[in-house]
Design a protein around this ligand. Structure first.
Ligand code: ZN
Length: 101
């Protein structure tokens, strides 16, 4: 699981990570400053019964994966990663300038 969160949603990730670790997950929380989104990061792909539809979202900001709030370039944000399978891939640097791991 990879979630880019606004600061409000990000503030709950500490307790969430604790619970998930107790269940055997590995987790990582990274604080950073949002970068300028790449167009390719702002495409959502929806598979329907008969079709695959790609929608280009506004590339001037990201959306919080939890509450959909706008995360603009320069905004502080939190990246939350969790996996049951040990290795957590690095992805945060594509979305943010990392302040603290
Ligand atoms: Zn949020």
């Amino acid at each position: 699981m990879r979630h880019l969160c606004c600061m409000s949603c990000g503030s709950t990730t500490d307790s969430e990570a604790e619970e998930m670790e107790a269940e055997g997950f590995k987790t990582r929380i990274v604080l950073g400053i949002a970068k300028q989104p790449q167009d390719s990061q702002r495409i959502i792909t929806v598979h329907t019964v008969s079709d695959i539809v790609e929608t280009q979202l506004d590339p001037s900001y990201y959306n919080c994966d939890r509450c959909n709030a706008e995360i603009k370039p320069g905004d502080k944000c939190v990246a939350f990663t969790a996996s049951r399978f040990g290795v957590l891939p690095d992805w945060e640097h594509e979305f943010m300038r990392i302040i603290k791991r």
